[in-house]
Design a protein around this ligand. Structure first.
Ligand code: HEM
Length: 486
């Protein structure tokens, strides 16, 4: 192996990395020690803001193999041609904790998947649950404030959490999932993933379908009890991260079977559930799972900061053949992620190796901004240089628009307004879920709810008992009894 020499950031060989330059053996340090200054200055800049949610996480590369051709529904490159392999990256996370928080918390898990497709990056930034607490993004900042720390005490705040939920019964379904035996995944390998939202597919004929993504763990699903989780948080706060790092290093590559539910566009108008309401699932009896492929994770990043901390997964990273839907939460997310990433990482975050397209070139007219000019190490692309124009259209080196890949028009009607509670049924699916739990699961669910709900004011407790009762009379009665209230 050839010798590697220590250098400065600009490549100059360093003769001494252990002793500062000083005026005399016992004298003060000299300002001209630019090597010392470079080290200290870089150290001071080694952090970027952590993600405002999902701050603690871990990432792994892998591949998606298509087992069912979906050209009938979508012209997306990675969903056409059986056997096609597409490089992927997945970042798993918890939601509410900070970067150093424990993995074994009762909290949803993030399941953020990127496909590096031949037509650009397609991200499905989902969770381990098929639903969410809310159906309108305007409530998201308030909700997250109640999940994070109290602005005065800097402590987690059960009063704020239940106060918010009491006023937002659309959260009942997700509360029931979170507080149940499904609420603390043992690790990231043994849990399912869901796109959660309704997205759209469109095909070469211009026909649109609504679609939901499901990733079923081939490792099975394992969750922890409260007692197991409390112990594990003390023994190994990084338990889920360690589990997946060890598995990949051992060649024990985790896999998920990828499924979709598909609804023809027109059926959305008549289906008894609003298909764009993120607090609801589509029952499989109505829209069965269609198996389309396999996701395998098999390669750890080389540099955690560069690849995991700086990965910029975004629901707005869509490719021809896959689109959004009118889901109000998704609509808010289409704005929120790229905006967060411009702030968190910088204007040119898409030029970083983990974020630039790996299977195609990015060619556009945007230049300038902090750190501009990086060539994607995979395929280059026009992100700088004198030879290319920074405006379009141009005659110098015209970039052609892909008119044949245009999304079909979406028919809309109705009056612009702020529609509250556009689907009133906040309780049915929460009650259905409660009713499929066995006796032990029901007991543990109620104990977990009571342990935290007992810490809040009687008024909020009563409001929550009302909500649980509306979901299922027995559910409400048991929570009330556990809280010892009249
Ligand atoms: C991360 C906003 C709802 C899953 C984030 C980030 C923001 C955000 C700003 C940090 C992004 C970054 O800095 O890179 C929102 C808003 C929502 C919403 C405004 C509602 C309107 C959801 C929902 C899900 C979800 C419904 C799942 C179904 C995730 C995941 C991450 C994340 C998995 C971490 C991505 C990663 O690993 O880098 N969210 N979020 N979010 N969000 Fe959301």
């Amino acid at each position: 192996m050839s010798q590697q020499y220590l250098t400065s950031q600009s490549g100059a060989p360093i003769s001494d990395d252990q002793n500062s330059l000083s005026a005399g053996e016992r004298g003060p340090v000299l300002l001209q020690d630019w090597h010392l200054i470079e080290k200290l200055a870089h150290f001071n800049r080694e952090r970027i803001p952590e993600r405002v949610v999902h701050a603690k996480g871990t990432g792994v590369y892998g591949k998606f193999t298509l087992t069912k051709d979906l050209s009938e529904y979508t012209l997306a490159d990675h969903f056409n041609e059986v056997g096609k392999e597409t490089e992927t990256f997945v970042r798993f996370s918890t939601v509410g904790g900070e970067m150093g928080s424990a993995d074994a918390e009762r909290d949803p898990r993030g399941f953020g998947l990127r496909f590096y497709t031949a037509r650009g990056n397609h991200d499905i930034v989902g969770n381990n649950t098929p639903t969410f607490f809310l159906r309108d993004g305007i409530k998201f900042p308030d909700f997250i404030h109640t999940q994070k720390r109290n602005p005065q005490t800097n402590l987690k705040d059960p009063q704020a959490m239940w106060d918010f939920w009491a006023a937002n019964p659309e959260a009942m379904h997700q509360i029931t999932i979170l507080m149940s035996d499904r609420g603390i995944p043992a690790n990231y390998r043994q849990m399912h993933g869901y796109g959660s939202h309704t997205y759209s597919f469109w095909n070469a004929k211009g026909e649109r379908y609504w679609v939901k993504f499901h990733f079923k763990s081939q490792q099975g699903v394992v969750n922890l009890t409260n007692e197991q989780a409390d112990k594990l948080k003390g023994i190994d706060p990084d338990s889920s991260q360690r589990d997946i790092v060890v598995a990949i290093k051992d060649g024990n590559f985790p896999k998920w079977t990828v499924n979709v539910q598909i609804m023809p566009e027109a059926e959305a108008n008549t289906y008894h559930i609003n298909p764009f309401d993120l607090t609801k699932v589509w029952p499989h009896a109505d829209y069965p799972l269609i198996e389309i492929g396999e996701l395998e994770l098999n390669r750890l990043p080389e540099n955690y900061f560069a690849e995991v901390e700086q990965v910029a997964l975004a629901p707005s990273n869509l490719v021809p053949g896959v689109g959004a839907s009118p889901d109000k939460m998704l609509q808010a997310r289409l704005f929120a992620y790229a905006d967060a990433q411009r702030y968190r990482i910088g204007a040119n975050y898409n030029q970083l190796p983990v974020n630039c397209p790996h299977a195609t070139k990015a060619n556009h007219h945007q230049r300038g901004g902090a750190m501009a000019g990086t060539q994607c190490p995979y395929h280059g692309g026009q992100t700088g240089g004198d030879a290319t124009a920074n405006y379009g259209p141009n005659t110098k080196e015209p970039l052609v628009e892909s008119v044949d890949l245009k999304e079909p028009p979406l028919r809309l009607d109705g009056e612009a307004d702020r529609y509250s509670r556009y689907n009133q049924n906040d309780y049915e699916q929460a009650g259905n879920l409660y009713r499929i739990f066995d006796e032990g699961e029901k007991q543990r669910l109620v104990e977990t709810i009571a342990a935290t709900l007992s810490q809040v004011t009687p008024e909020i407790q009563s409001q929550m008992v009302e909500h649980f009762t509306k979901a299922d009379a027995d559910y409400g009665l048991r929570v009330k009894t556990a809280l010892e209230i009249n």
